[in-house]
Design a protein around this ligand. Sequence first.
Ligand code: GRG
Length: 333
Amino acid sequence: MHLDGTTESSASVARMAGHAELADHLYAVERCLAVAIGNPPTLLAESAAHLLFAGGKRIRPALTLICADAYGDVHDDAIDAAAAVELVHLGSLHHDDVIDEAETRRGVPTVNARWSNTVSVLSGDYLLARASEIAASIGAEPARILAWTIGRLTEGEIVELAHLHDTGTDIEHYYEAIQGKTAVLMGSSCHLGALVAGAPEDATSLAAEFGFELGLVFQIVDDVLDLVGDEALTGKKRGVDLVEGVYTLPTLLALDGDDGTLEALLSNRPDGDSVEAAIDLVVRRGGVAGAVEAAARHLARCDALLCEFPPGGPRDALSRLSRYVLARVPNDK
Ligand code: GRG
């Protein structure tokens, strides 16, 4: 984190959204996050702060702040709500890194790698507790929305776990998983922003639906990048999902109508060259192109929903942000 409280990535989300006040508002969120973690340098405070200030794009808090701006003023409740959604996101990453036995995240060793699984789970719990406390300080409805969101995150994650290494899984299960693990939190980030700004119910539902659709675009793109992304940009080896048995939309589309070759490759738990062969097959069978088309359909839905937002700077910023999410896919895919 810089001395002025910004992170490189939060500055870049503000630039990307082209929203003049977003950088200042995100700066206030950073201060709120620092206070939430607590000052005494205990093991808990240190491990909770480790990933929090290692970067992160701050897309979810940005969504909360821009939606608040779209429907009213960005006051303290909006800053608090934005901090709460980032804390939930981070808590889920602490738990996810234990589940995945991940070694790096946001360019630094994960909490489980640096300390232990136990520390990662406990500090993840701590982050969720701090998020819940902040949400409850805003009001009962934000607290309810956040609690529901945490429940949906775990439901999404467990659907994914239930279908690991299952080449017979289907697109319905895939959507069930990504709705829970990614889309709902982005939906709630937008919902909370509109809610604390005093938007009427039809507008808060609209904001929630926009964030949810954007979350689907975000996760589908993430899944495409896992297979064909530039490793230097994603910071991850290609094909991790295939190695871990997570069959995402591109793979499921390629498996549909497969002559048995891809299924055989996957069933043999690919590693090294066979991962590259499996990725190559997924691309040749049109799985990546099909998934990018699906993401573009959800982006079109985002655009349609944005037409119902009040016209102005915040709406334009949301439009730029959603376009950026899809633009992360390399042009030749
Ligand atoms: C107890 C809240 C809780 C959850 C438990 C482990 C779990 C259930 C859910 C995991 C959900 C998960 C990690 C989904 C992946 C979402 C995702 C695309 C993360 C990457 O988001 P970015 O790119 O990351 O915004 P940065 O680092 O930029 O914040």
